[in-house]
Unconditional design. Structure first.
Length: 429
């Protein structure tokens, strides 16, 4: 399926789904505007159930100042992009990802791993997307092609020589995260995790060589990827989210509820939720018998669903996460695996909630322990901090107010858009 929207981009020829050609005559580009082409592995929505919602906001901000071509993959059953983003972009191309039969998927995945393509890259592989990317780049001549998430770097060879600069936005250091997942796996899946780890190491080296710059969200990831990338420039652009105009309830409602939010297709979220429900919350419940725990997010695995009961609710996907965050007393993020910056933590801070997080969960977010959030790592310390907050509405309010104030000063996504503009200008000379 294809969508095309035209604005001031010169002549553009497209082929519709029925095979017929249509043309749009458009005026020349304003000299100070850039042509930016984004390759995105998900439907860009500001209300998406994953961290890509922060990326959606930045792309929308850039589209207000530049001409943007947006090419994205869409799985069946997902909603279309935001209308505001669609209207802001110059070109929009949607490619549907077909569902593979289970046996075919497993065989293809095994073959992909053997040839050095990681599981996530295999799931985002599409010959149709590769063809569309090449066609748009050839006709539109973008200044910059940007692959959102390293898995989309597999499409950069398709635009070789068709853009002045190529950028990879690495949401995390994927090989390092794959190593975490391998170490944490205890089942027969460990064989796949080992193969995926080796594939990521090969894939990162190969694809980073195709880029003029690699963007990370945290200094930790930048240091890791700099060792892999070698010559390509690796820079950090902090991840930022929109601060809601009206904050959440800083204290929460009764009974006091601890909440964890995350998509459970992501192994670090599964590990954190199992840890919270299985090892941390029982101690919390013993000291605060009326406390409740809500685990919110799509695709909770069977092992997590089995922990429901005794104050623990595994809610899965919910119509509005904001409702649950508003009435929660504490937002918990006991994450021990993976990299990148956790949008769930940024959004809790921006909404003005009391947050208890691990050092890994707070990576790339320059808040102070005890001032804007409580930062602890061990199960015992995590439980103790949560109990202390549940017993003190005044302390929750103090922490939430400080988090909100910090967010208003630091989290404007417009600053991220300006940081990307600075990078583009430096690459384009």
């Amino acid at each position: 399926m294809c969508k095309a929207l035209g604005k001031d981009i010169g002549r553009l020829t497209r082929r519709d789904d029925d095979g017929s050609d249509f043309r749009q005559e458009l005026s020349a580009v304003t000299p100070n505007r850039l042509r930016l082409m984004f390759l995105v592995p998900f439907v860009p929505r500001a209300d998406a159930a994953h961290g890509g919602r922060a990326t959606t906001v930045v792309i929308r901000r850039l589209a207000e100042r530049h001409d943007v071509a947006l090419l994205y993959l869409r799985e069946s059953g997902t909603e279309p992009p935001d209308d505001v983003l669609l209207k802001a972009c110059t070109i929009v191309e949607e490619v549907r990802l077909a569902r593979r039969a289970k046996t075919v998927h497993r065989l293809g995945l095994a073959a992909s791993l053997t040839h050095g393509r990681p599981m996530e890259a295999y799931r985002s592989a599409s010959d149709e997307f590769r063809r569309r990317a090449q066609e748009v780049a050839a006709r539109w001549k973008p200044d910059v092609v940007q692959a959102e998430m390293t898995r989309m770097a597999q499409y950069l060879p398709s635009v070789a020589g068709l853009a002045r600069a190529r950028v990879i936005v690495a949401y995390e250091a994927d090989a390092a995260s794959a190593a975490d997942a391998y170490a944490a796996t205890r089942s027969t899946e460990k064989i796949f995790r080992a193969a995926d780890l080796q594939a990521w190491r090969r894939y990162e080296r190969a694809t980073f060589a195709l880029a003029d710059a690699i963007v990370t969200f945290s200094e930790r990831d930048r240091e890791i990827l700099q060792q892999v990338a070698g010559s390509p420039r690796v820079v950090t652009i902090p991840l930022r989210v929109e601060v809601p105009s009206v904050p959440y309830d800083p204290v929460g409602s009764s009974p006091p509820t601890v909440i964890f939010v995350g998509g459970f297709g992501h192994p670090p979220n599964v590990d954190a939720a199992l840890r919270l429900a299985g090892r941390i919350f029982p101690d919390v419940r013993a000291s605060c018998p009326d406390a409740q725990l809500e685990i919110v997010g799509p695709e909770p695995p069977r092992a997590l669903r089995a922990l429901a009961g005794d104050g623990v609710s595994i809610l899965g996907r919910v119509p509005a996460v904001e409702t649950h965050l508003d009435r929660a007393a504490v937002v918990a993020a006991p994450i021990a695996l993976g990299g990148g910056v956790r949008v769930k933590v940024l959004e809790a801070l921006a909404g003005g909630k009391a947050v208890v997080a691990s050092r890994r969960a707070i990576e790339g977010i320059p808040v102070s322990d005890g001032r804007e959030a409580i930062i602890v790592d061990s199960d015992e310390d995590f439980a103790a901090a949560t109990i202390r907050l549940l017993r003190s509405p005044a302390e929750r309010r103090r922490l939430a107010d400080a988090a909100r104030t910090w967010s208003e000063r630091h989290l404007d996504p417009g600053r991220s858009a300006l940081d990307f503009e600075d990078l583009y200008e430096s690459l384009l000379g």
